[in-house]
Design a protein around this ligand. Structure first.
Ligand code: IVH
Length: 682
């Protein structure tokens, strides 16, 4: 720590250098799409800056890249008056409407025969945003609201990495830029998959997810959402040289380090517009974000001014929308599917309908709560929606078109796949099949999970093979994988003698595993890799865990009541106990972990933290080896840490260890500990 007021010139300079370097890398990554350094190196710069700032909090400025995420949740959003109103766009749904828009533009400008240039851009399906920079520093961000008054969402927008906190180049003294915040499809899919895994509600589409994230009162929650932004317009501006064209405006925004849509293009005349519309329509599914049409803007800004506005939309711009991704159709039947965790999901069989570019004949109804909420019945006329690659869904029932005598949908009492009873627990939206491995739907998913790389890691046991094994009833429980022989496997589709032999060898190799892997492989609800490791460390072996009650399981770090209940329920099920016994009987083996008698183990009572890159082994292998000797391996450094093992490029954990005075050893010392099975320095 430095003494107050004694910040050395070198530290001050280094902090400045780091901020400049990080801003440059942000710009290269987000705006130029041409990063110069790896994510790991970027993280190193951030860490160094964080460490320096932690030692000198008086040097922290609001535009430092470490200050993106504020801490305290807000009570409400403040209201922001837009100095220049945020307008909307006139929509067109057909070529004819585009042609008449374009004719009106030429007539009003008095250039009837000229091919006018248009800036054509995708119409992004997100949330309109206004971001204000004063002297190049981000001072405010606001939603559109009703166009005149929006909400102050500065804290949340600051957390979006693609939004610079300080502009580059020579921006005007006051610059309000406008554009769209959106959630890229990959981030949307990742977020929904994680929500599903946690049994939480998923978002219907990326637009809602983005809007929800921007309008979060807790900026930390919003910071965890994968948001992105494209800017395309101006609000209030003071100073600087105004651009003469929309295309020039976009280039100017880029020169300030702001992100613009790479698909934007200048086109000529109505033919150019329609050509652009066709190109984007075809490319639409390849874009990493969702768009719902294109926008044509007269490129010359003096002409824009001349054309002016009607009501709340400019005469110089038009949104040309893709065909609607909602359509009406009739529900022929409601059937139930059994999925991964036994979840029994209602699915609507539809009168086929063309929507969002494809013919849809099935749509999800999510769960029985949703069926009840929407009051969906067989024979109903409904609105279905298909957005991007999202599964089509029934949005709502069209009122007044229900056939007489239509009955509410009933949850089946038995699983449609295996006939086992279906149970729905109190407080849960999801009904589940109780058939366990007898249900082929659940068995298939259990096998896929068990064979996974982070579970028992059976190389070559892919989905296609698992499907066949289940279909032909060759494997009735996961343990029966270990009874498969070359002759049986070689008979499967697209399996030769050689690959069958390899697969048997891979299955054999998976017999030797570790307790955390085994616990993860069982697919207990809510037990991911880290919970599996924590359970293994705490209980030492599976027997102790199998006999534990909920209170005991809750003693495990990071295990709450819900997870504890799932764990206890899992081991209470005789079928699961049989599975574990059968796996053992087939030779699946693991070392107990030493937790209960830790004191007697060579490294009993010691807590290690691993950081940085190890060169002779992976971090996972190192922690497994340490655990096997009775040590605990923790994720973060505290006063209770006995040793920090620092590999190459170790970062903040190493700094923390030093500041707390925790002994640090290197990889060579770690290897010596593991080989000699002795405490460090013994
Ligand atoms: S220009 C006066 N350009 O569409 C100009 N808007 O329907 C108004 N939008 O509120 C906006 N992509 O949120 C413009 N490339 C784009 C756009 C775009 C999406 C949204 C924007 C606006 C809404 C109007």
């Amino acid at each position: 720590m430095s003494e107050a007021g004694a910040v050395s010139e070198a530290t001050r300079r280094r902090i400045g250098e780091l901020r400049t370097a990080i801003a440059l890398h942000d710009y290269r990554y987000h705006v130029l799409d041409d990063p110069e350094i790896s994510d790991a190196d970027y993280d190193l710069l951030m860490r160094e800056l964080r460490t320096l700032e932690a030692g000198h909090p008086e040097l922290i400025t609001a535009d430092s890249p470490t200050q993106r995420v504020g801490a305290a949740p807000l009570e409400t959003f403040a209201v922001v008056e837009h100095q220049v109103p945020m307008l909307s766009l006139e929509n067109a749904f057909s070529e004819d409407e585009v042609r008449s828009f374009e004719r009106r533009v030429r007539e009003r400008l008095g250039t009837p025969d000229e091919d006018i240039e248009y800036a054509a851009e995708p119409k992004l399906d997100g949330l309109a945003i206004s971001i204000t920079y004063r002297d190049g520093v981000l001072v405010r961000a606001a939603t559109r609201g009703d166009g005149t008054r929006g909400e102050d969402v500065t804290a949340n927008v600051r957390a979006i990495r693609a939004v610079p906190l300080r502009l580059r180049g020579q921006p005007p003294a006051l610059l309000e830029v406008r554009g769209e915040v959106f959630m890229p499809l990959a981030g949307f899919a990742r977020m929904n998959a994680a929500a599903l895994e946690r049994g939480e509600k998923t978002f219907v589409n990326p637009r809602n997810a983005a809007a929800g994230a921007v309008r979060q009162l807790d900026p930390r929650v919003s910071a965890s959402r994968p948001l992105d932004v494209f800017l395309y317009g101006l609000g209030a501006v003071e100073g600087g040289v105004p651009p003469t064209r929309q295309s020039e405006l976009l280039a100017q925004l880029r020169s300030y380090g702001l992100r613009t849509c790479p698909e934007a293009q200048v086109v000529r005349g109505v033919a150019g517009c329609l050509g652009y519309f066709a190109r984007l329509g075809a490319a639409r599914t390849r874009l990493p974000y969702q768009i719902d049409g294109v926008v044509y803007k007269v490129d010359r800004r003096d002409w824009q001014e001349q054309l002016g506005f009607v009501s709340r939309a400019p005469r110089w711009a038009l949104a040309h929308k893709f065909p609607a991704d909602e359509a009406e159709t009739v529900i022929r039947a409601v059937e139930f599917q059994a999925g991964r965790t036994g979840a029994v999901t209602p699915v609507a069989r539809l009168e086929p309908v063309f929507v969002g570019g494809v013919t849809v004949s099935n749509a999800t109804l999510h769960n029985m709560d949703e069926v009840a909420r929407k009051d969906v019945r067989v024979g109903d006329t409904v609105v279905v929606r298909r957005a991007g690659d999202v599964i089509p869904e029934v949005v709502r029932v069209v009122p007044g078109r229900r056939p007489a005598g239509a009955q509410p949908v009933q949850l089946p009492s038995h699983c449609p796949v295996c006939g086992s009873p279906v149970a729905r627990e109190e407080g849960e939206a999801i009904a589940r099949c109780t058939g366990g491995f007898r249900c082929t739907a659940q068995r298939r998913e259990a096998l896929k999970h068990l064979a996974g790389r982070r579970a028992l890691d059976i190389d070559g046991l892919g989905d296609r093979i698992i499907d066949q094994l289940v279909e032909h009833d060759l494997v009735r429980t996961p343990a029966e994988l270990y009874t498969l022989d070359v002759a049986t496997l070689a008979k499967l589709d697209r399996m030769g003698e050689k690959s069958a032999r390899n697969l048997v060898a891979a299955i054999d190799a998976s017999r030797k595993t570790t307790l955390p892997r085994l616990l993860f492989a069982l697919g207990i609800r809510d037990v991911g890799e880290s919970t599996a490791l924590a359970l293994a460390q705490h209980f030492g072996d599976i027997e102790a865990l199998m006999e534990a009650d909920e209170l005991q399981v809750r003693q495990v770090p990071d295990v709450g009541p819900v997870v504890a209940a799932h764990v206890v329920r899992y081991f209470a099920d005789p079928a699961n106990r049989e599975l574990i016994a059968a796996l053992r009987a087939h030779g699946v083996g693991w070392q107990p972990m030493a937790a209960p008698r830790a004191a007697e183990m060579p490294l009993g009572g010691l807590t290690f933290v691993l950081t940085g890159k190890l060169t002779h082994m992976t971090r996972e292998a190192a922690s497994e080896a340490l655990l096997a000797l009775g040590a605990k391996v923790a994720g973060s450094v505290s006063k209770k840490t006995n040793y920090v093992v620092a590999g190459e490029e170790a970062g903040s954990k190493l700094d923390k260890a030093r500041s707390l005075g925790v002994p640090v050893i290197d990889e060579a010392a770690l290897i010596a500990v593991l080989e000699k099975k002795e405490r460090p320095g013994a």
